[in-house]
Design a protein around this ligand. Structure first.
Ligand SMILES: Cc1cc2nc3c(=O)[nH]c(=O)nc-3n(C[C@H](O)[C@H](O)[C@H](O)COP(=O)(O)O)c2cc1C
Length: 356
């Protein structure tokens, strides 16, 4: 691409071995091999969502990505998967370049990956978390402001990013409501070295989210999202649908069905019943949820799948960042990346004082 501003070549490009400091994050049920490969092929870097995949599905998707592109890509893992150690060993063995985490990683996971030359990049939502994972030796962080999609913290992006970049020396990727080149330049101004986006890539041509669901995202405006604890006890940003409003007002407690679906998800991810029960008890204790809420929490991945894969947006859950309100179409990923880089370069050129 011509006329890329030199400020867009950051430590992130070097760390990941990519042309542009643009990350497509891991999104459960959404970041498929196709989407991940398309982002990596475009010069950014894609992350495969493996938190909602079985181990064999994850292996298959990695093989598919490698058929589609020779460029670096990453995988996003669920750190509480019962088979997480086998998955990480396999990732090391097959030379996965980067690993990101769906929840906080444990220090021993970071060490194991780092010792084997795998780049580690957790997502954090507060300065103290950034400082903690930096001490563990992670290579970079995604700092996600509360505007971001899926599970998200409470500090707004414009406050969080400068706080984090001042606190740690490793590269920071800014996330949360970012969709375009203006967001990239703002992130650089806040001290970040690139951007990580979910919602922008969810609404792309290569995203297999059903057209009717994409339309629901296009129809929503910036204020149509909500950060809610009602789904699984942990704050999550989603489109504020009738289901969510009912959950918020506790009108919904279809407990038996929720339990059935929770068990189905556990089978899919090969979690044993004892692990499921242990997780449920821990969730109840740590987050002070009722049993109905615990069942709904375990049910959330199936409800999300019903929407994001099967297209049932009446009953489902639609995780999103607030950026959905400014996204109007789903172009090919290469076009998204190209337009962000060109827009950011134009702005950066305009910001430079002309010399007489
Ligand atoms: C549909 C959806 C699913 C997500 N699933 C995951 C996931 O499995 N693992 C993860 O680490 N983050 C997940 N996230 C969070 C994103 O990876 C990313 O951090 C977030 O979307 C960034 O904010 P943005 O959407 O405003 O760009 C998800 C987000 C969305 C929108």
């Amino acid at each position: 691409m011509s006329s890329v501003h030199p400020r867009l070549k950051t430590r992130i490009c070097e760390l990941f071995g990519v042309d542009y400091p643009i990350v497509q994050t891991g999104m459960g049920w959404v970041s498929s091999s196709k989407l991940t490969a398309a982002t990596s092929a475009s010069g950014g870097i894609g992350f495969l969502a493996t938190a909602t995949q079985t181990f064999p599905e994850m292996k298959q998707s990695v093989a598919e990505i490698r058929e589609l592109t020779g460029n670096p890509f990453g995988i996003n893992v669920r750190t509480d998967s019962p088979d997480i150690n086998e998955r990480l060993d396999w990732a090391i063995k097959v030379g996965i370049k980067v690993v990101s985490f769906a929840q906080a990683p444990r220090p021993e996971m970071v060490k194991k990956l780092k010792d084997s030359g795998v780049v580690t990049i957790p997502t954090i939502a507060a300065r103290r978390h950034a400082e903690k994972v930096a001490e563990w030796g992670v290579d970079a962080v995604i700092a996600q402001g509360s505007e971001g999609g899926g599970h998200t913290g409470e500090v707004p992006t414009a406050v969080l990013i400068p706080q984090v970049t001042e606190a740690i020396d490793i590269p920071v990727l800014a996330a949360g409501g970012i969709t375009n080149g203006k967001g990239l330049v703002a992130s650089l101004a806040w001290g970040a070295e690139g951007i990580a986006m979910g919602t922008r890539f969810l609404l792309s041509e290569e995203s297999d989210v059903p057209a009717s669901v994409k339309q629901a995202y296009f129809d929503a405006v910036v204020t149509d999202t909500i950060r809610t604890r009602s789904i699984d006890g942990v704050p999550q940003r989603v489109i504020n649908t009738k289901l969510i409003r009912d959950l918020e007002t506790a009108k919904l407690s279809r407990l038996p069905r929720a339990v059935r679906n929770a068990l189905k998800f556990r089978r899919l991810t090969q979690t044993t019943f004892s692990d499921l029960a242990r997780e449920a008890f821990a969730m109840k204790k740590n987050q002070e949820l009722t049993w109905a809420q615990v069942a709904l929490a375990a049910n959330a991945p199936m409800l999300t799948k019903a929407t994001m894969v099967e297209g049932n947006h009446d009953i489902g859950i639609m995780p999103t960042g607030v950026g959905l309100g400014v996204i109007e179409s789903a172009p090919p990923v290469a076009e998204i990346v190209r337009s962000i880089i060109l827009e950011a370069s134009d702005i950066l050129n305009g910001l430079t004082c002309p010399v007489d």
